[in-house]
Design a protein around this ligand. Structure first.
Ligand SMILES: C[S@@+](CC[C@H](N)C(=O)[O-])C[C@H]1O[C@@H](n2cnc3c(N)ncnc32)[C@H](O)[C@@H]1O
Length: 614
């Protein structure tokens, strides 16, 4: 087959087709299989090689069969066959390498490199495996031998990140971007590294890179710090204002005072327009004085920076779109949903204050393969469900919620982001049997920040479990009592002042932010919109948990814990160092870890679980 490989390397596919025609049937089918593999048609390749094997079963054909099985994702069969072939040729480096593609760990790769030393592809795969196992020092040695190979530089940066050397990682990524300005992966790692470092070298290339990658994870979080260093980069600030809610107290204060000046001397500009759309998203929660509001009429250019525009008021197309056309579309969409039960205080809260207020989705890489069917229970305004649709592009995604206002926000965003295959339904997750359209079971059920708002969370969890397919998985999110303890003073004050309009209540809370008891509040994104504030401090019904309570609830629902999701790598590393990797699924150890680092689950406990065996 050497001449076949040579033609393949030279890209002479039509010569190969001709060669196949003039070869024996066995040889011809074998060549066609190799060609189909090169063309990324694994099923055709498998078909050809199986037909050739019916005629003759040489070592070379069985080897190609193993590669075809690998390409078709039939890993176990491929591994079994490779083990058989290795008994015949234990010094065959390619066989070891292919085996390494299906077997975890480093053993097969080390064998491959023993048989064929100085093999860049195998060395780089070994570096990746070592990185996965947290053996970073050795990983670095292997990768640094091969830095000229495409992709190796990024692996080096990721290893350096994993070693906690975030500033070095950022420098490496900047170097990569200098050589390959379109490398989005390097840009993304740059942002992650700067975020993890919590500071950055005063290199204006960071601001340049942010401008090119604003939809990458972490980018928008960096804008406030970058803006503090380069305030003249007004474009970056405007991009943030149009895409997300500013959740940075010093920046909000600056914007508030800029708005006051603009109110006095309105000069149409990019920032005024961006702030008008931003403030619509955060429900005009910034602090304001009676003086600023006095005499402010809809035809004043500053009006949409303070309140939603009424119909007919003059404004730019962007402001009209956000202030008038999008809400009108939501009213239209609301007709398709049955009205919600206003008796239920939780439904009423989310009808009045749909949550969360959001604009853009992160640029999440899609995940191949399963799940086929996903349910998002309590989808709110849709960000979560639409992220699922992005993450699982081949899956059917169903999303339900109690609140029509949330669902129409979600449906409008689905239209805008062209993710209309998500099916939104108004339904109570406690009464799934009444939702006739809903499929009977799902491979994945996600419910983040929902069950702890039910009167009976365990019953809600059981209702969801009843729709889980055999071997299905769940991703759940619950409040941590310990992580939210610091909110107590703010909660007490909010509760005492709950008669105030939310904007006034927020101003009152903001006046306390300098005190030790309240400073914590500024770290919660929910502080930066009115619906968020209500969700955070004035919820109609919520319960908080510790990890033993959660463990018991999972057990009672017949579930077992499958690991936390979304924790920063530095947290996982700290846990592994303290308790060992084998304890990652041990909630008792996590409880001790949380005792020692109470802010670990400030976002929430977000974790995977699945039905317990038996
Ligand atoms: C805090 S929001 C979370 C939204 C979304 N999961 C997210 O993370 O962005 C809680 C949502 O759960 C919904 N919800 C509460 N109880 C529900 C129930 N019994 N059935 C369906 N949805 C419910 C609320 O209407 C609200 O939209």
């Amino acid at each position: 087959m050497e001449h076949v490989r040579a033609l393949l390397r030279a890209g002479r596919w039509s010569d190969l087709e001709e060669l196949a025609q003039h070869s024996s049937p066995v040889e011809g089918l074998h060549i066609l299989a190799v060609l189909a593999l090169a063309r990324q048609q694994p099923k055709e390749a498998l078909d050809c090689i199986q037909r050739s094997l019916e005629l003759e079963a040489s070592f070379s054909q069985r080897n190609t069969l193993a590669v075809c099985l690998l390409a078709c994702g039939r890993s176990q069969e491929a591994a079994d066959l490779l083990h058989q072939l290795l008994e015949e040729q234990p010094e065959n480096a390619d066989l070891w390498f292919n085996l390494a593609r299906v077997e975890v760990g480093t053993q097969a790769l080390r064998q491959a490199l023993r048989c064929r030393p100085d093999w860049p592809v195998a060395e780089l795969l070994l570096a990746e495996r070592l990185l996965e196992a947290g053996e970073c020092e050795e990983a670095l040695l292997w990768v640094r031998r091969n830095l000229e190979v495409p992709g190796a530089g990024l692996t080096e940066a990721r290893i350096v990140f994993r070693l906690g050397r975030y500033r070095d990682c950022a420098r490496l990524c900047l170097g990569l971007l200098q050589r390959h300005p379109e490398d989005q992966a390097a840009r993304q790692w740059l942002f992650q590294a700067v975020l993890a470092a919590g500071e950055f070298d005063r290199d204006s290339r960071l601001a340049d890179e942010l401008e090119k990658g604003l939809d990458l994870p972490g980018a928008l979080l960096l804008v406030p710090s970058v803006w503090r260093v380069w305030p003249e980069r007004i474009g970056l600030l405007c991009a943030l204002l149009q895409r997300d809610v500013v959740a940075d107290w010093p920046l909000e204060q600056w914007l508030t005072s800029w708005r006051r000046q603009f109110r006095g001397q309105p000069e149409p500009c990019e920032l005024a327009e961006a702030l008008a759309v931003h403030n619509f998203t955060n429900e005009f929660c910034f602090l304001e004085t009676a003086e600023e509001l006095q005499g402010l009429e809809p035809d004043h250019p500053a009006y949409p920076l303070y309140r939603p525009l009424p119909p007919g008021a003059p404004a730019s197309p962007l402001v009209l779109e956000r202030h008038l056309l999008e809400p009108a579309r939501e009213r239209e969409l609301a007709k398709q949903f049955e009205a919600s039960d206003q008796e239920d205080p939780v439904a009423r809260q989310y009808e009045e204050s749909p949550y969360p207020r959001w604009r853009e989705l992160l640029n999440e890489p899609p995940v191949a393969g399963r799940p086929d069917r996903v349910l998002v229970a309590g989808c709110g305004t849709g960000r979560h469900a639409l992220l699922c649709a992005r993450r699982y592009p081949q899956a059917e995604v169903w999303a339900l919620d109690l609140s029509v206002a949330s669902l129409t926000y979600a449906q409008r965003q689905a239209e805008r982001l062209d993710l209309q295959r998500v099916r939104f339904l108004r339904a109570d997750l406690m009464e799934l049997e009444r939702v006739m359209q809903l499929p009977l079971c799902f491979d994945l059920i996600e419910s983040i920040g929902v069950l702890h708002h039910l009167a009976e969370p365990l019953q809600g969890l059981r209702a969801l479990v009843s729709r889980l397919a055999p071997k299905g998985r769940m991703r759940l999110g619950f409040y941590s009592r310990r992580a939210r303890r610091g909110l107590e003073p703010a909660r007490r004050l909010a509760s005492a002042l709950r008669h105030l309009p939310l904007r006034e209540l927020r101003a009152r809370l903001a006046s306390e932010l300098d005190s030790e008891d309240f400073a914590f509040l500024a770290h919660f994104k929910d502080f930066y919109s009115l619906s968020g504030l209500r969700d955070l401090l004035l919820h109609e019904r919520e319960c908080e948990y510790d990890l033993s309570e959660l463990g018991r609830m999972l057990e009672e629902a017949g579930l077992c814990f499958g690991g936390f999701d979304g924790l920063p790598l530095s947290t996982v590393d700290a846990f592994v160092e303290r308790f060992g990797r084998e304890k990652l699924l041990d909630l008792g150890c996590w409880e001790r870890f949380e005792e020692e680092s109470p802010a670990t689950f400030r976002g929430m406990y977000v974790f995977w679980c699945q039905a317990s065996a038996g």
